[in-house]
Design a protein around this ligand. Structure first.
Ligand code: PG9
Length: 627
């Protein structure tokens, strides 16, 4: 009967209690325009590295572009869920992904799905690495495997990548595999102590706490510091020294943090990892285009240092190329139309990728492609908002450039002039570690990545007028003034303490009224700024206490700029002694290791900036003629 049939159902193929999450699910990809291969590529020591290979369907004799990443290779090839390869790959790849390239992402050893140990900045084999492997051998072994196992390829490989991924590009240029035909390192981490991620001139960058925790507390990046505070200014102030902060949140379990605490100075550990001298010592075989951002809030040092170190080898000026764009860190791979309040001449990043990088890659990677018309230096001129093709960089410097830098002098009471001063000897302020100067308006929330990306272009009026910030401004300019290179700080200063930080900013002050963009009226745009930890004034390796009250000379370069100060604008210099919480506070009392400073070491100090006579502070500006 019908009743009996209901009570005893026929056995079903999918019983009610069968698990609904399958052991393995594979999305059908018949309509996809690409094939996604996932491989574990063996390295020479047997460790296997997880690699995603995205191949356009029907590809034949296609070039390959490789990126080696600590940021999840699988996810790097999953921007969108789509049957189209272009949509899956990162925005920055579109220009070549739409033209038949095979795209490869690999997890570096120890991260995500790769085997082996992760070492945050794995040194090259040598004094700091006695093993058989490093990023140069891993790149070599990977490229060797790719050219032998990807039958759709033409056997030519290019490498690109920004930041950490730029660091792995540079590493691949050490004893490069013969199939590596071209490289585009973007904002690579090159010298983590002098001016890239970890320190700037010896001052520790506390944003790294979140980075180190995310990257190394687990193999993926799933953990975040449970800081329990929105405002990181208050958060870091509460915990004391960076060492105390680290201890509070368990950082002493993290190897890289301990390495940082053990190496506060520019000792053999940091010197032995700096890549610019390594690159200079390598034969210049593989053509490379080194890309830097003019407002790079993470790795503003290494790209240009590497370009300059290698350039003497580039006799024909056709292998070592430089690009300087008006971007934030890694901004080259995103929309480059605006940065904070600044509006540029269209999407500057797309223009570079499409009109300069793509033909450059094609010419070395595509069989039979024509030679690209690549300028040796392609640099955006901020202020006037246009790209320029140059044959060298920098255009002005202290010695050996086509133009010689010109000093601009600080005058007592807050003026600035190309003529030397003869007024009072100094200006002074009190620097109080209990009330450090913020680097961006509070609240400071490190996890606000938008704020982090644009803080270098934030209007500096938010600190102008603070009693612990000195500002020196020129008269409004009557003619344009262009700088193209690195401004060099020559600061004569004393402190009543025995250690001190010095922050110097070179600023373009907009006219009071800017009709085309009213919110820029009076804007103070930092063109170049940096910090110097005073204990390193005589030696970066061997710090020394600053004699209390004695005038000392601090000489350091600011980041490169290619900027025109327009008529009606003024040039400004600001000087202060803290930049918090981005940089850890200097206790202003000399201690062996600032990471281990005790609360009682943090003391107020009276700072004097000398502005007259033999000890007149000035900045050598890399001034060049305008046309
Ligand atoms: N600036 C990041 C980084 C590079 C190298 C080492 C550590 C951090 C990055 O954006 O990848």
């Amino acid at each position: 009967s019908a009743f009996a049939a209901c009570a005893m159902p026929a056995p079903a193929a999918t019983p009610p209690l069968s698990p609904d999450i399958p052991k393995k699910f594979e999305a059908p990809r018949e309509d996809a325009d690409y094939v996604r291969r996932e491989e574990m590529i063996p390295m020479r020591d047997g460790v296997r590295l997880y690699t995603v290979i995205m191949i356009p369907k029907g590809a034949h004799a296609a070039p390959m572009i490789l990126t080696r990443t600590p940021y999840n290779a699988s996810k790097r090839a999953e921007r969108n869920v789509s049957p189209r390869m272009l949509a899956n790959l990162p925005l920055g790849d579109e220009v070549f992904a739409s033209d038949g390239y095979i795209r490869v992402f690999q997890d570096v050893r120890g991260k995500y799905k790769s085997e082996g140990d992760y070492v945050m900045t794995r040194p090259l084999r040598g004094a700091l690495n006695g093993s058989k492997v490093d990023h140069s051998t891993d790149a070599y072994d990977t490229i060797d495997w790719l050219v032998k196992h990807v039958e759709e390829s033409n056997g030519k490989v290019g490498m690109i990548g920004s930041s950490y991924e730029g660091f792995t590009v540079l590493m691949a240029l050490v004893n490069p595999h013969p199939a590596l035909k071209v490289a585009v390192p973007m904002s690579p981490m090159v010298d983590g102590w002098k001016g890239d991620d970890w320190f700037h001139n010896g001052a520790f960058r506390q944003t790294n706490f979140d980075y180190i925790y995310g990257q190394t507390a687990r193999k993926d990046d799933s953990l975040r510091v449970p800081r329990g505070a929105f405002d990181d200014y208050a958060n870091f102030l509460k915990h004391g020294s960076a060492g105390d902060y680290g201890r509070h949140f368990g950082f002493d379990q993290l190897g890289f943090w301990n390495k940082i605490v053990e190496h506060p100075a520019y000792d053999a550990y940091w010197q032995g990892q700096a890549l610019d001298p390594v690159m200079a010592a390598q034969p210049l075989e593989v053509p490379r285009m080194i890309v830097a951002s003019l407002w790079d809030q993470e790795d503003m040092y290494g790209a240009i240092a590497t370009y300059e170190a290698v350039e003497p080898k580039d006799a024909a000026n056709d292998r070592n190329f430089l690009v300087l764009g008006p971007w934030r860190h890694s901004g080259v791979n995103y929309d480059g139309s605006v940065l904070g309040a600044l509006k540029f001449d269209g999407d500057t990043a797309l223009r570079f990728r499409r009109d300069v990088m793509k033909p450059f890659l094609d010419s070395y990677l595509k069989d039979g492609a024509p030679k690209a018309d690549t300028p040796p230096v392609f640099v955006y001129e901020t202020g006037t908002n246009r790209w320029r093709r140059e044959s060298r960089w920098p255009l002005a410097c202290a010695q050996g450039c086509s133009a010689t830098s010109k000093p601009i002098w600080l005058h007592a009471g807050g003026t600035l002039d190309f003529a030397r001063a003869d007024g009072a000897a100094y200006d002074e302020y009190v620097s109080d570690p209990a009330k450090p100067v913020p680097y961006q308006p509070r609240p400071v929330h490190f996890e606000d990545s938008d704020a982090w990306r644009r803080w270098l272009v934030v209007d500096q009026r938010f600190v102008d007028g603070r009693p612990d910030v000195l500002s020196y401004a020129s008269e409004p300019l009557t003619a344009p003034l262009k700088i193209a290179g690195a401004p060099l700080v020559n600061l004569f200063a004393s402190t009543s303490g025995s250690d001190s930080d010095w922050v110097v900013k070179l600023i373009d002050v907009y006219p009071d009224e800017v009709p085309s963009q009213p919110e820029l009226g009076g804007y103070q745009l930092a063109v170049a700024m940096d910090i110097f930890r005073g204990r390193y004034r005589e030696s970066l390796e061997h710090p020394s206490a600053i004699p209390s009250g004695a005038v000392q000379k601090y000489r350091f370069e600011l980041p490169n700029a290619n900027h025109v100060f327009l008529p009606g604008h003024r040039i400004m210099v600001q000087v202060q002694s803290s930049w918090f919480p981005l940089y850890d506070r200097n206790p202003q009392t000399y201690v062996d290791n600032i990471f281990l400073a005790k609360p009682g070491d943090y003391r107020k100090a009276t700072q004097r900036v000398y502005v007259a006579g033999e000890q007149a502070s000035h900045i050598d500006l890399p001034v060049v003629a305008t046309d």
